[in-house]
Design a protein around this ligand. Sequence first.
Ligand code: NDP
Length: 482
Amino acid sequence: MPVFDYAPAPESRAIANLKDHYKPFINGEFVDGSGEPLKTINPATEEVLAEVGTASVSDVDIAVKAARKAYHTVWSKMPGSERAKYLFRIARLIQERSRELAVLESLDNGKPIKESRDSDVPTAAAHFFYHAGWADKLDYAGYGPNPRPLGVAGQIIPWNFPLLMLAWKIAPALATGNTVVLKPAETTPLTALVFAEICRQAELPPGVVNILPGAGDIGASLVEHSDVDKIAFTGSTDVGKLIQRQVAGTAKKLTLELGGKAANIVFEDAPLDQAVEGIVNGIFFNQGHVCCAGSRLLVQESVAEEVLDKLKTRMATLRIGDPLDKNTDIGAINSAEQLAKIRELSEIGEAEGAGRWSPPCELPDRGFWFPPTLFTGVSQAHRIAREEIFGPVLSVLTFRTPAEAVEKANNTPYGLSAGVWTEKGSRILWMASRLRAGVVWANTFNKFDPASPFGGYQESGYGREGGRHGLEAYLSPHGTAK
Ligand code: NDP
């Protein structure tokens, strides 16, 4: 089938209002951090976007003190109905500045503008709207009367959904009366610092939100700080384990949202064209930099050939290139390190005997790029079936019976998400009750809603984000807060 040639439709980068310098945000002010400044680059071109001041360990202490003061003097005392007004304001300001945020996110992260514009930024605003609604109803959240905030939350987020992960962390913390010190990822600090401007625009009291760009050591010193009451982390399982060890034996509460190796399971009775769209969305959305990505396709043997044919045809239509082009489906890999990891695991897949396939596609000369790739003939022992690749790489396995599908899907140390494609409602329920995954999507994939709790089992972490359940991570039911 011929593929249409689309004329370029680039979004203007001027909308991002990119500045030469960005600074850490402490106690309501942009301050010169005493860490070594970093340069953040556009992964699609490798050009430097801006210089960003970073925090040092002493800045962590200053930020935690500011957050503690704001907690005691203003935020924990404020009625929920008043806190809600700030969250509503922030949500509205995210909407007002949505184009700017979307373009900036695509520049700094490499994701296609259609995803930052239609998914990341609106979902971030939705989290603030949703949690604004909870702020004055916490007595009815099921955690007893008058649940109390915990105090100061230290929050560490990754680079795959920079603004959205910030919203997942900050919105519930503020709604429940906690104050925040947040560290964005080193490679994607910019939208978090525009969010800091939004906090100022919303006239959020100083110290309620503090944002500290910096490397992993700043995250570690936030975790170690003795006056932090709660740590919320999203990122790799390895760092999650380190944090768990650091927090063990302290009174700090901890939630961990870590990696995944989700099974996307297609039965022979599934609507196959729809399933193929779900497979593509499951693994190629955000270049596969998604903790809940459907990176293991389990397809029933009787339809495996047909599904693979359809999938290859569909993959050949994916457009890779300029993240700011509105027609782009797959953007740039976020960093040279991540690209090296994807390449290495893909080479291991080939060396272990799996069949590698990518559609013919031209990759830009500069920047970090990887074509959409699938591996067939994958066995459960292969590393590409067991390890999180965190890139646009799909491992295809087959099964014969529902019981075999469950066994293979659960044969992983992770347990974040799964997908089931079938026309039988009874089979969906049968599968969902047996799959060890925090989220099971049926006849769809990668659907996110602030009202729906998200989180994992086993090495995918613990605690839930979103929904009523997500509030629990920031509340003390027995009034034991500092
Ligand atoms: P990391 O887990 O290293 O990074 C996540 C966040 O933690 C970043 O802000 C990072 O800072 C910070 N951090 C790093 N070390 C520490 C530490 N010792 N204590 C506290 N905070 C720390 O993930 P990577 O970016 O290195 O990605 C590596 C792999 O992790 C990916 O290939 C992927 O498999 C997985 N991953 C999973 C994610 C998920 O959503 N579950 C998200 C991102 C990655 P800095 O950015 O400065 O290093």
